[in-house]
Unconditional design. Structure first.
Lengths: 196, 449
């Protein structure tokens, strides 16, 4: 397998990497459709169905963003996948546990359930393997805006970037790898009970 | 209704009532910052965050930003993060290495031992006579590196840290010591920082042996997220203490712990079943610890709070928390996650994942804590709500004072620890001297009268 975009060291991959052909735009429309479907599942609270969109070997990662000196952003701004402490550095087992917890009905941080809307935009395919016409695996970047309203007055807005690797399976595209870059240092929310 | 400054009435330890005012009132909060947070010993960080000369880590004490810094000679300092000229933060990076802190405003510079070094146009504008020594970064009055954890106080009259800890020491020790019983040896593998809309004392009290709040974690206990969950064990951690006698202890300086004493035979309880390497490693640690500490190994830590705002989780998941006040109804939580520095790679890898799924704002267990603290705070701000104090009458009088572990020792779930915490909080708010703050008999008598 070739290298994957995703983590911070590859964020600045140029737009020129893939020619904006008709095949590119067809594929991009598919990917956008996939993301809209994903957002629907989450916002409709069909969490078990959402799990089905993740590959068995999924890696789901949200680093902690740190305030670092100019020039050190690439090396030190974000905590790293696979080491130390991040907000999330999860596999499918843990994500499944998170879903099961919500479904107990006594996970008080999500009981009653929050009202959540996921907005996805700025979708770009950064790399297609083996090629754009017959792609089985994609590196895709996007932006998200997640609005959460909880109980009465609690409101949180999470904004950031996602770097995904999507894999084509018998049942369509699935998420094999996700990096979520929330644009916050100290988390300005009491909890992260939603999925991104 | 008690007057807001009559702390003996607000905190009625004898009757078991504590006014909601102390959790929501802005004036009481301002007084806390002055009377509690400038005097008590506060957790600042850990030496592993600043391993090399020139390393710094920005932290907090109370509401204020401080710099934890290791100078060129290797000595550790804690400074107020504010230029002596116009107050600009001299460091807005979280962590790094530097030879100088340069204020962005007028470019005064400070060395890593806090001394003012550079003052632009010193000769022309200050006649070359500005007293650099007197304009150093403001340093804490006392600092202690205790088994790697760094503590500080702004009060030059404060007792040394070990005196301050008193008999709570051996409980905190077990969060800081190696799993196999060697002293110290921990490192921080990451820090969570987040803001939640609740009074800081809810968090401090949660770890003061409030075992009573267990039902709020029912969801994780039902699904099982512990180190043996994949092997089919329910619960949020391994039940290492299933045969132990639990003790809840209130110490006179305001600290409180929930620990456990294993039976005399002190046999290993199977744990970390999800990973054979870890199972073997922790079994080894258990036997080693027993060999090293003998009888002492029977004491196992669970949770505790060192007055006022430092909490620890002694075993699963292991770490230190600082509950930094932001406002009467807002707190910044910091959680320092600890592992043995020389633990095998597999253990560190497993533990960090366990810590993340358990702890902090993304942690499946602690999310429910934050929910409780938020709505308990929110529902206590009302005019009518404030007329009705919280009930702290649980297990009144159910403790002994002659237990070898010291303090008021209870064998049942108890709010005696919370009562002790707020009794001491009252002494701080009344401006008590250190004799009283450490809970000398005079201090106790005064609070009880």
């Amino acid at each position: 397998m070739t290298t994957t975009v995703g983590d911070q060291d590859r964020q600045s991959a140029t737009n020129a990497a893939i020619e904006r052909s008709a095949a590119y735009y067809r594929l991009k429309a598919d990917v956008e459709d996939f993301y809209y479907h994903e957002a629907d599942l989450l916002d409709d609270r069909r969490f078990r169905d959402w799990l089905e969109l993740l590959t068995e070997d999924v890696s789901y990662f949200m680093p902690i963003r740190r305030n670092v000196k100019f020039g050190q952003q690439v090396a030190r701004e974000n905590t790293k996948r696979g080491e130390g402490i991040s907000w999330f550095d999860e596999d499918k087992w843990t994500l499944t546990k998170r879903v099961e917890q919500i479904l107990t009905g006594v996970h008080y941080a999500e009981e009653p359930l929050s009202r959540i809307t996921h907005m996805v935009s700025n979708v770009q395919i950064k790399e297609a393997r083996p090629d754009i016409g017959t792609a089985r695996e994609l590196d895709v970047t996007s932006r998200f805006l997640v609005y959460q309203n909880r109980v009465e007055y609690e409101t949180y807005i999470f904004v950031g970037r996602r770097n995904d690797t999507l894999r084509l399976t018998d049942t369509g595209w699935k998420i094999a790898r996700r990096e979520i870059l929330l644009e916050q240092n100290i988390l300005l929310a009491k909890n992260l009970t939603t999925f991104f | 209704m008690p007057l807001r400054n009559d702390f003996d009435q607000l905190v009625d330890v004898k009757g078991g009532f504590i006014s909601r005012e102390i959790f929501v009132d802005a004036d009481i909060y301002r007084q806390e910052l002055d009377k509690v947070f400038t005097r008590a010993w506060l957790l600042v960080g850990h030496e592993s965050l600043v391993p090399n000369p020139g390393d710094f880590y920005t932290s907090r004490m109370g509401e204020e930003s401080v710099i934890l810094c290791r100078d060129k000679k290797g000595e550790i300092h804690v400074f107020l993060n504010s230029c002596r000229h116009r107050g600009m933060k001299v460091c807005r990076y979280e962590q790094g290495n530097t030879s100088l802190f340069t204020c962005p405003y007028h470019s005064w510079t400070y060395t890593t031992d806090g001394k003012l070094q550079g003052v632009p146009l010193h000769r022309t504008l200050y006649d070359g006579v500005l007293d650099r020594e007197a304009n150093s970064l403001v340093s804490v009055a006392k600092l202690c590196n205790y088994k790697g954890s760094i503590w500080a106080t702004w009060d030059k009259d404060a007792p040394d840290f070990l005196t301050y800890l008193g008999d709570a020491k051996i409980h905190l020790d077990q969060a800081l010591d190696c799993r196999d019983g060697r002293e110290g040896g921990s490192e921080v593998i990451g820090v969570h920082k987040w803001v939640f809309p609740a009074n800081w004392k809810f968090a401090a009290e949660n770890f003061l042996g409030d075992t009573y709040h267990n039902p709020s974690h029912r969801s994780v206990d039902l699904i099982g997220i512990g180190p043996s969950a994949a092997a089919g064990k329910k619960g949020r951690r391994d039940d290492e203490l299933e045969k132990a006698e639990h003790v809840w202890i209130s110490f006179p300086a305001g600290h409180g712990v929930h620990s456990a004493i294993q039976p005399e035979a002190n046999e290993y309880t199977e744990s970390f079943l999800d990973n054979p390497i870890l199972e073997k490693y922790f079994r080894h640690c258990f036997e080693e610890r027993k060999r090293r500490l003998g009888e002492g190994a029977r004491l196992l830590p669970f949770v505790g709070t060192i007055f006022p705002n430092t909490s620890y989780h002694g075993r699963q998941p292991r770490g230190l928390c600082a509950w930094h006040p932001h406002s009467p109804t807002s707190t910044e939580g910091w959680r320092f996650f600890l592992v043995d520095k020389d633990a095998p790679k597999e253990a560190k890898e497993y533990l960090r994942r366990y810590y993340m799924r358990y702890s902090g704002p993304a942690g499946m267990t602690e999310q429910d804590d934050m929910e409780n603290w938020l709505y308990a705070t929110a529902a206590s701000t009302g005019t009518v709500a404030r007329r009705y104090p919280f009930n702290y009458q649980q297990s009144m009088g159910a403790y002994v004072t002659d237990h070898p572990l010291g303090g008021d020792v209870s064998k049942q779930v108890t709010e005696q620890i919370a009562r002790g915490f707020y009794r001491r909080w009252t002494t701080y708010m009344q401006g008590g001297d250190w004799h009283e703050l450490l809970g000398s008999p005079a201090g106790n008598r005064q609070a009880a009268e």
